[in-house]
Design a protein around this ligand. Structure first.
Ligand code: GLU
Length: 512
C-alpha cells in the first residue's frame, strides 16, 4: 500500500474561514492516523484574487491549532518551502512558482486531443453571454458552442499557428467529451454518476499570464506530489467529473487519489452556509485568528476572543464528525486515534456558538491552576495588578467554575485581586443600614481574628440571633463591592482575614 499523503491546498484569497480550518484538520487527522504525510500547497494561480498576508495568516492559524504540516512549510521559519530538500522534495509548494511545469501538461492534452486552443476574446464571449441571456438562456462553452467559436477546432491550422504566435489572449480549454457518463466514488458520498453533456469546456491554461487555472494545477500537483486522498469542501464536488477525466486524459487513473467531499458548515439556524459575515452579525468569530482587511475592517478571531486552541480544535472536529459514542472531549492526539472518514456526516453541520463556549469552559476546568494563573497575569497586569503567583493560583481555583474564558477569571470576581474601589448603589441602599453595619462590623472583627470558615461565621451570627442574610450581604458588600458574588468563605480563602478586616474599615470610611 502506498504511503498515505494528503494535502491542504488553500488559495491565499483572504483569511482562512473556520470551515477551511476544519478541512485542514480532517486531512491532518487522516494522515497522522495512518502514519502518513500532511502537505501544505498554496494554490495562488489566480493573481486577481491574491490578498497580501493571507498565506502568512493561514500558516499562523494552523500553527495555533497545532495542525503541523510535514511538508510544504518550514515550521521553524513559518515560510512556504521554495527549494527542494529531502524533507520537502516537491518544492516549490507555491503554485505561482511552479508555472514552468504546467504549460507542458497543457500542451500534452492538446496533442492528445483532450484539449484545444481557444482564441475568443473576453468581449466576444461577453457578447455571446448577453445574446443568450436575451433569449433567457445561459451561454456555456461546450461541445455545441465550441463549433461556432474561434478555436483550434474550427480555424485552419495555419491560422491557429499564427494566432498562437502573434497573440497573447488565448487559452487552453478542456475538450469535454460528448455524452459520456463519468462514474465516480466519493468516500463520504458514495457512488456518483454525471453525464458530460451537462459540463462545460473549462479553461486549463492562460497564455496571458502563462498560468494554469485551478483545475489543471490541482490535478498535476496532486499527481506529482503523490497524493493518495483528496479531502476537501463540497464546493469542489461539481468539478470532480472534470478531475476524473483529467486523470484519464493524462493516463494517471491507476494512481488517482480517492476523494472525500466534506459538507458545509451551516448557520446556527441551519439555514444556509455559515458565511464570513455571519460572525459579526450573530456575535461569534468565524475565523481562527483576528483579521484586519485592507480597509481596516476587523474580523474577530477565536484566539483573540480568548478560546483555547484545544477547545477550538475539539469543537471543530465535532462539526461534521462524531466518535459514535457520547464522549465529547478529545485532545488532538485522541482525535488522531478516533477519527474516521466513515463517521463524517453527509449533511451540513450546524454551527453552535454556545457549544463552542461550552468546550472552552470544559478545557478551562481541566487546566492546572498554575497554567491558568500564568495566562491570567497579563490580564491582571492590564488592570495594574501584580500579585504573587501562588496568590493568583488560589484565586483561580476559587473562581474557575464561574469562568468560560481566562479573562473571566478576573472579571467574574475582580475583588479577589484588589479591594473594591466602588460599591453597587442599589446594594448599598438595601444593606448598608446602621443596624446591619453594627452587626456586620462585629462579625468582621471576629473574622479578623482568623475565623474564616463558613461554619464558624454562621455559628457566630446564629448564636447572637442576628439575621443571617442581612449580615452576610452587608459583609460581602464591604469585601466585594456588591452583595452578590462568591460566598464569603470563598472570598476569605483568597484574601485572608486581615485584608477582610481592612476592607470592612475602608467600606465604613467610604459609606459611613
Ligand atoms: N485551492 C482550492 C481551495 O482553496 C483547493 C481545493 C482542493 O482541495 O482541491 O479551496
Amino acid at each position: 500500500m502506498a504511503r498515505t499523503r494528503v494535502r491542504f491546498a488553500p488559495s491565499p484569497t483572504g483569511p482562512l474561514h473556520m470551515g477551511g480550518v476544519r478541512t485542514a484538520l480532517y486531512n491532518y487527522l487522516f494522515a497522522k492516523q495512518r502514519g502518513g504525510d500532511f502537505i501544505i500547497r498554496i494554490e495562488d494561480t489566480d493573481s486577481h484574487r491574491f490578498v497580501p498576508g493571507a498565506e502568512e495568516y493561514i500558516i499562523e492559524a494552523l500553527r495555533w491549532c497545532g495542525i503541523i504540516p510535514d511538508e510544504g512549510v518550514d515550521m521553524s521559519t513559518g515560510k512556504v518551502v521554495e527549494t527542494p530538500s529531502e524533507k520537502h522534495p516537491h518544492a516549490p509548494y507555491r503554485q505561482s512558482q511552479r508555472r514552468a511545469i504546467y504549460r507542458e501538461y497543457a500542451e500534452r492534452l492538446v496533442r492528445d486531443g483532450w484539449a484545444y486552443y481557444a482564441f475568443d476574446t473576453p468581449e466576444e464571449l461577453d457578447a455571446r453571454r448577453k445574446e443568450a441571456e436575451a433569449s433567457k438562456q445561459t451561454f456555456i462553452y461546450n461541445h455545441i458552442t465550441r463549433t461556432e467559436l474561434r478555436n483550434s477546432l474550427t480555424l485552419p491550422p495555419q491560422e491557429t499557428a499564427r494566432l498562437l504566435e502573434e497573440t497573447t489572449g488565448w487559452t487552453v480549454r478542456f475538450k469535454m467529451p460528448q455524452d459520456r457518463v463519468v462514474a465516480m466514488d466519493d468516500l463520504i458520498r458514495g457512488h456518483i454518476e454525471v453525464n458530460t453533456d451537462t459540463l462545460d469546456d473549462k479553461v486549463l491554461w492562460k497564455r496571458a499570464d502563462e498560468l494554469p487555472t485551478y483545475h489543471l494545477a490541482n490535478i498535476v500537483d496532486d499527481h506529482l506530489m503523490e497524493i493518495t486522498e483528496v479531502i476537501r469542501g463540497e464546493e469542489w464536488l461539481p468539478s470532480l467529473p472534470l478531475h476524473y477525466l483529467l486523470y484519464e486524459a493524462f493516463g494517471w487513473t491507476g494512481s488517482m487519489p480517492r476523494f472525500a467531499h466534506l459538507s458545509l458548515l451551516l448557520k446556527p439556524d441551519g439555514k444556509g452556509k455559515l458565511s464570513k459575515r455571519d460572525g459579526d452579525r450573530l456575535g461569534f468569530p468565524v475565523f481562527p485568528l483576528k483579521w484586519v482587511n485592507a480597509d481596516g475592517e476587523v474580523s474577530r478571531g477565536y484566539r483573540e476572543d480568548g478560546y483555547f486552541p484545544e477547545a477550538f480544535v475539539n469543537m471543530l472536529a465535532f462539526l461534521g464528525w462524531n466518535p459514535g459514542d457520547d464522549r465529547e472531549l478529545f485532545s488532538l492526539p485522541e482525535l488522531v486515534e478516533a477519527f474516521s472518514l466513515e463517521r463524517v456526516i453527509r449533511s451540513g453541520a450546524r454551527f453552535n456558538a454556545e457549544k463552542a463556549k461550552w468546550y472552552n469552559k470544559e478545557y478551562l476546568r481541566m487546566k492546572p491552576a498554575s497554567e491558568l494563573a500564568g495566562m491570567l497575569e497579563p490580564v491582571l497586569a492590564g488592570e495594574g495588578i501584580s500579585l504573587p503567583r501562588d496568590y493568583v493560583e488560589k484565586a483561580v481555583e476559587t473562581v474557575r467554575d464561574r469562568a468560560t474564558f481566562v479573562q473571566d477569571l478576573y472579571t467574574a470576581a475582580p475583588y479577589l485581586y484588589q479591594a473594591p474601589s466602588e460599591y453597587i448603589q442599589k446594594d448599598v441602599d438595601k444593606f448598608w443600614k446602621e443596624e446591619n453595619v453594627e452587626m456586620a462590623g462585629d462579625v468582621a472583627a471576629f473574622i479578623g481574628e482568623g475565623n474564616v470558615s463558613s461554619q464558624a461565621i454562621e455559628d457566630y451570627i446564629r448564636s447572637r440571633e442576628w439575621p443571617m442574610g442581612k449580615v452576610m450581604n452587608t459583609i460581602r458588600l464591604a469585601l466585594a463591592g456588591s452583595a452578590s458574588g462568591l460566598g464569603i468563605a470563598e472570598i476569605l480563602s483568597v484574601i485572608g482575614p486581615a485584608e477582610a478586616a481592612r476592607r470592612f474599615t475602608a467600606a465604613r470610611e467610604a459609606l459611613g
